[in-house]
Design a protein around this ligand. Structure first.
Ligand code: SAM
Length: 168
């Protein structure tokens, strides 16, 4: 792991990047959300290589730039994987690895109310998160990346501070 050049594609607030860096990897994190990268910068520090990049667009890296690409829980956000995978391939050195995880499509399928589309159809879905049985959006809140104000992003999931990161 030490010295491996790793692209964390869809790094969000940087938990995977941090774990890899702690083990000696040289990590570049990309995400389409500037708000998420702001959180990642708080976690990883000012010298972290973090860039706003949409995985649907051409990647701003030279060929053979990375030993590994990690795409943890991000590819299922994309409607079409083909162009993204084709873009990731050349930035990996020959023999480099793409390590990816996605939500299991069955979980998405059964979470939809009937009548469900075909399991094999391309569909999009939205997760409606609730907290203590209450929906933020039903209460009139909307999500705003720039409103994330806690020092530690993980604190946001503690119920007493649940309103942090949401705007009325
Ligand atoms: C569930 S999070 C995964 C975070 C992190 N990889 C992990 O495992 O903890 C998915 C991330 O993918 C990012 N994402 C979604 N679509 C993207 C796209 N087209 N290009 C880049 N990032 C994208 C989101 O902004 C979000 O931060």
């Amino acid at each position: 792991m030490a010295g491996r050049r790793i692209l964390d594609a869809g790094c969000a607030s940087g938990p995977v990047s941090a774990a890899l860096r702690d083990r000696g990897a040289v990590v570049t994190g990309i995400d389409s959300s500037a708000g998420m990268l702001e959180l990642a910068r708080r976690r990883l520090g000012d010298d972290a290589d973090l860039r706003v990049v949409d995985l649907r667009d051409p990647l701003p890296f030279d060929d053979d730039s990375f030993d590994d690409v990690v795409a943890s829980l991000v590819l299922h956000y994309l409607e079409a994987w083909g162009p993204t995978l084709a873009g990731l391939r050349p930035v990996l050195r020959p023999g480099g690895q793409l390590i990816a995880s996605v939500n299991h499509p069955f979980a998405v399928h059964v979470s939809q109310p009937p009548p469900r589309p075909s399991y094999f159809a391309n569909t999009s879905c939205t997760d409606a998160w609730t907290f203590n049985g209450r929906s933020f959006t039903a209460a009139g809140f909307r999500l705003a990346d720039s409103a994330l104000t806690t020092e530690d992003p993980m604190i946001e999931v503690i119920p007493d501070q649940a309103a942090v990161g949401l705007r009325a």
